[in-house]
Ligand binder design. Structure first.
Ligand code: COA
Length: 337
């Protein structure tokens, strides 16, 4: 039976560390407020001369390929998840394709915000299961720092987000149908009813003034808006639900999970999810204190650190889960090989 495994992972975060105190010089906030409400101590903001969205993707992808023992020539497809692409079009996937010695393979840009990595994992997994491709590069990368509203109106959003990139190489494996290994299943959901509860509206193709510079200067529509408590309530409902969906689909219970890697949205969201599911704290990965919320990059960055720290090992049952703008939410269950 053909299944896919994660053969290698890598991440890159800009060297520029912005502590809460540093951020307080630009935003009317305090270290105490941010830590108490979100668990974040610092985040990375990119340095314009040094990084771009796809450039960070290249750095993460280079490490992931190296860990997988593959070269760009071995890759059959690029899946690139981001909500902050380098250009309005074309997508960042082709910029990454140009920057490394790939063949003329397809590059799919995927827009599922905080669920981008798991959605991308699912897309890559289906291509491998079908037998169409053998090795796929999945990247999640974001530059938030250039698009945040540092005024009082946007301070609840500005303190949350950070920049960074993560990458995974998925490869085909032949696994026992009775005791499958690798990616066991993925579960994807959306509900567009609440699209504007967490969104950046401009540039909007149906608005005549989509590139109006006055509108841009005023910030209207170009900055992220977020109904924080509304997002919070939905996240703590849907993340446990979609984890249970993955466990039920494979005949497992929360007690079987060796490592839960939730999207790093807010340390309080992670704590509620963990408590609701009765999973021990040491089995749940949390690194939001160092990087903030890096959207599509948050899960691969957290997985890389978990791997480095030995919290994900061969044979482990690893569960990924996300919730974010869309709303979108998702889970993946992996028997690590
Ligand atoms: N620093 C200081 N005070 C701030 C602030 C900041 N950065 N941001 C907001 N405040 C103030 C508000 O002005 C408000 O003051 P008031 O009571 O005098 O009116 C008060 O703090 C509460 O604001 P509110 O926006 O209601 O805060 P909250 O308790 O909902 O916390 C979040 C805000 C964003 C931390 C919280 O809603 C959250 O984490 N939501 C989930 C968001 C998320 O995870 N998004 C990503 C999903 S992928």
């Amino acid at each position: 039976m053909i299944r896919s495994k994660i053969a290698g992972m890598g991440f890159y975060v800009p060297a520029n560390v912005v502590s809460n105190d540093e951020l307080s010089k630009r935003v009317n906030t305090t270290d105490e407020w941010i830590k108490e409400r979100t668990g974040i101590s610092e985040r990375r903001f990119f340095v314009p001369e040094e990084d771009t969205n796809f450039g960070m993707g290249v750095k993460a992808a280079t490490i992931a390929l190296d860990k997988a023992g593959l070269t760009p020539q071995d890759i059959d497809l690029i899946v690139y998840a981001t909500l902050s692409p380098d250009y309005y079009f074309p997508g960042s996937g082709v910029l990454l394709q140009r920057a490394m010695p790939f063949r003329n393979i397809a590059a799919i840009d995927l827009r599922a915000q905080c669920s981008g990595f798991i959605y991308g994992l699912s897309v890559a997994d289906q291509f491998i299961r079908s037998g169409m491709y053998k090795n796929i590069l999945l990247v999640g990368a974001e530059i938030h720092s250039t698009g945040l509203d540092f005024s009082d109106a946007g301070r609840h959003v500005a303190v949350i987000f950070g920049d960074g990139a993560g990458a995974a190489v998925l490869s085909a494996i032949d696994t026992d149908a009775e005791k499958p290994e690798g990616i066991l299943s993925t579960h994807l959901h959306s509900n567009g009813e609440f699209a504007e509860q967490l969104a950046i509206i401009y540039p909007a193709s149906a608005k005549l003034d989509k590139f109006d510079s006055k509108n841009m200067e005023a910030g209207g529509g170009y900055f992220p808006v977020m109904n924080g408590s509304f997002v919070f309530k939905h996240a703590v409902t849907y993340m446990p639900e979609v984890v249970m969906e993955a466990l039920n689909a494979n005949g497992y219970t929360p007690a079987d999970i060796d490592c839960l890697v939730p999207h790093q949205a807010n340390a309080r969201i992670t704590a509620v999810v963990r408590e609701k599911m009765g999973i021990a704290e040491e089995k749940v990965i949390s690194n939001i204190h160092k990087y903030g919320n890096t959207t599509a990059a948050s899960i691969p960055i957290a997985m890389c650190e978990a791997l480095e720290q030995g919290k994900i090992k061969k044979g482990d049952l690893v569960c990924l889960t996300s919730f974010g703008s869309g709303f979108t939410w998702a889970s993946a269950l992996i028997r690590w090989v």
